[in-house]
Structures are given as C-alpha cells and as structure tokens.
Design a protein around this ligand. Structure first.
Ligand code: ADP
Length: 190
C-alpha cells in the first residue's frame, strides 16, 4: 500500500491535488472535511455536532474525527492505498493514524506538504467562498481562525513525520499542473 498524508494549511490546495493524484496512483481519497460536509448536508447527528465547530473555523474534537476516519479506512482496506486530506490535524490524530495503519500491517509512506504563504491562502479562500457556499469560507475572521488553528495545533505534525524521515515539502504556488507534477515526483520516488 502507498499511504500519503497530503498536508498544508487551509486553502493550500490539498483537495484539488488529491483529485488528480487519486486517479494517477489509484488511491482512495479521504477528505475529513468532505465527510463532515456530507454529514451536515444529510442532517446526521455527526453532521449536526461537527457543524458547530466547522462554521466557526474551529477543529472538530479529536475522538469524533478519529472514530469517523477509522470507519472510512476500515471500509476501504481493499484499496491500493489512501490519500489522507485534512487528517491528521493534531498530535492525537497522528498517533491514532499510526495505530490504525499498524493494525492493518501498513504504514504512512509520506507526508507531503503544500507550502503556500498566508496572504495567498486568505485570497484563495475568500475567492472560493464566492461560490463554495461554505460558511467557513465566507469571512476573513473565520478564515484567520482556521489558519490560526493550523499553526497552533497542526503545523507541529511536520516534526512528527520529519523524525520518521517521511516529510516532504513541495512548493504549493504555481499552476495546478505544475504542482501535481511536483507531488507526483515525490510519490514516484517512494
Ligand atoms: P480546509 O483545509 O480548507 O480548512 P477542510 O475541508 O479540510 O478544509 O476542513 C474544513 C473544516 O472541517 C475544518 O476547519 C475543521 O473544522 C473540520 N475538520 C476537517 N478535518 C478535521 C480534522 N482532521 N480534525 C478536526 N477537524 C477537522
């Protein structure tokens, strides 16, 4: 199995790139944000709970997110591997992911980070907000909170994967195609 954690701040382009990479490398794409939004759309109890955090730009509590992720992975273990997009976002989530991989005699092959500066992120998210209908893209204050959550709780995961020699940084600015090529080179080198 090839298991990739696609990493980077909100608006870095993880979702966009995952759409190309999953086809190219035949991987199963899991976006925790998408799973939450699907639950919100369908008015499930998970969706209702998650919405109160997501709309403010806060992270959803770890245990809820971990349980949800475990369930999606367990249902798709016959795949070639996974692209994790938006997970892990905290230290506890990273530990839970290691445990889940281990239970299935697998491992995280690489964390690949899309590096984009904050100014570009805010501009991209505000632009996306014009059409996405996402409350969390709708104003700069909520966007700032998401970026601040990222630096407070998520950015440290770079060290977590660095220590395992599994961290790869890629320039996340430029054309979508160029960025896909940069990411593909890393995956092909694994
Ligand atoms: P973006 O990367 O643009 O912020 P996502 O779709 O990945 O968009 O996430 C949207 C929101 O969903 C996050 O701000 C957070 O509230 C929630 N979320 C997604 N993944 C996680 C996670 N792993 N842990 C906690 N909350 C999450």
């Amino acid at each position: 199995m090839i298991n990739i954690v696609l990493f980077g701040p909100p608006g870095a382009g993880k979702g966009t790139q995952a759409e190309f990479l999953k086809v190219k490398f035949n991987l199963f794409h899991i976006s925790t944000g998408d799973v939450f939004r699907f639950n919100i759309k369908n008015n499930t109890s998970l969706g209702l709970m998650a919405k109160s955090f997501i709309d403010k730009g806060d992270l959803v509590p770890d245990q809820v997110t971990i349980d949800m992720l475990n369930e999606v992975v367990r249902k798709n273990l016959d795949s070639n591997g996974f692209i994790f997009d938006g997970f892990p976002r905290t230290n506890n989530q990273a530990l839970a992911l290691d445990k889940l991989m281990e239970e299935n005699n697998s491992t995280i092959s690489a964390m690949i980070a899309l590096e984009v500066d904050d100014k570009a992120l805010i501009a991209r998210l505000l632009e996306r907000g014009k059409t996405s209908g996402r409350v969390d893209d709708s104003n700069e204050e909520i966007i700032q909170n998401r970026i601040s959550e990222y630096y407070k709780k998520t950015a440290i995961l770079k060290d977590f994967y660095m220590k395992k020699n599994r961290y790869f940084g890629v320039d996340g600015q430029g054309s979508i195609e160029h960025i896909t090529n940069r990411l593909s080179s890393v995956i092909e080198s694994l």
